[in-house]
Design a protein around this ligand. Sequence first.
Ligand SMILES: Cc1cc2nc3c(=O)[nH]c(=O)nc-3n(C[C@H](O)[C@H](O)[C@H](O)COP(=O)(O)OP(=O)(O)OC[C@H]3O[C@@H](n4cnc5c(N)ncnc54)[C@H](O)[C@@H]3O)c2cc1C
Length: 394
Amino acid sequence: MDFGIDAAMRERLEEARHIGRTEVRQVGLEADRLGRPIPVDHPYFKDCVARGEGRTRWSGPKGRKPEDRKGGPPMNAVIILLLTEEYSYWDRGVMVANPGPNLPEGNVLAMGTEEQKERFLGPFLEPDRPRWACFGMTEPGAGSDAAAIKTTARKDGKHWILNGAKCFIGNASRSDWLLVQATLDPSKGREAQRAFFVERGTPGLGGFKIEKKMGLKAYESTSFTLQDCRVRADNLLGGEARYEHKAGFKTAMRTFNAGRPIIAANSVGIGRAALDEALAFAREHDLLDRARVRDRIEAMARKLRMARLLCLRAGWLADQQRPNIVEASMSKAVAATVAQDVTALGMELLGTVGARGDHLIEKLYRDAKAMDIVEGTGQIQRVIMARQLVQLPR
Ligand SMILES: Cc1cc2nc3c(=O)[nH]c(=O)nc-3n(C[C@H](O)[C@H](O)[C@H](O)COP(=O)(O)OP(=O)(O)OC[C@H]3O[C@@H](n4cnc5c(N)ncnc54)[C@H](O)[C@@H]3O)c2cc1C
């Protein structure tokens, strides 16, 4: 295995570090202090757009020359994971708040028609303003058991009519469009699921409510409803040809599979920040020669190194086009636990300073918890691994 990166990628990593130090950390702390997501019109987002962030990976309509493409050279999985870790080190919540087609982009690239890519990803080629998109799967009664979603899609002439409710959807109320998972027939389970583009402002899409969160306050996690929400027939992801196709659930799950090493990298970034803060605190208070302090710091560093290696291995396998289901789940399950352990060790080291609630490690401790929940909880990763490693039945 080789996790080496070239000079150009090293430069990108340095650039991310600079942005993290000069902007991301402050914006994240501000959101945490105020207890609300970064507002859409915050200057930070304008800076993101000016820097060329928030763009799609789609290369543009056919016939567009590759040299016309903005946003730098394509990146492999390992460098994406390293950049993700670096951003999360400065603030994982801000990273998710960043503009861009984000979570649903992979689905649209894999399954969207050329016309859908142009309509929905086209505005992200060279965005004139911060733009967001989101993926809505989770419902009040369907989280881990994603096959149980109840949001329905019914064909009505040249339209689809959607009804249902979604919750905890990242960036939902600010998104230009929402990719919503729905079922054509709730009695038919996963094979009846399809995804639909719902554009902001579509009548029937509403009830946006930003949920309270213990951490990661920089981005919004939002509930919303669909009431007789009418979208064009060609808003079915993959086009009308997908109507008879039964892979809608698998495609949605692929998004989560691909995202697992990313959550692992988020976790390592959060943990690394806690380790550095713990070291700074120990130095400042002259604690480094105490066995209880050294023991905790060693444990933090060791656990993080283990999680990082698992995460990079999952990315390396993806770069080799080799199967990585077990490694992706393992990296996510282990790294999320490590982030919780490491931030908890940091809190122990702080003692009463941590209990005051105004130290960065205390914020990281709150941020880390969601890493074990999003994109498949730790238990669900263990179910997947058990199935793959020792062929336990579902
Ligand atoms: C900060 C945050 C951001 C999110 N962003 C998004 C988003 O952008 N889009 C989106 O669609 N969703 C999003 N979610 C939702 C997230 O995917 C769900 O919370 C997650 O899938 C768990 O579902 P649940 O909360 O309904 O818990 P449940 O599924 O009800 O699980 C409750 C507990 O039971 C355990 N459990 C459940 N089933 C099993 C089983 N078979 N075996 C063993 N244990 C089990 C779980 O591990 C968990 O501990 C977000 C959630 C959070 C907290």
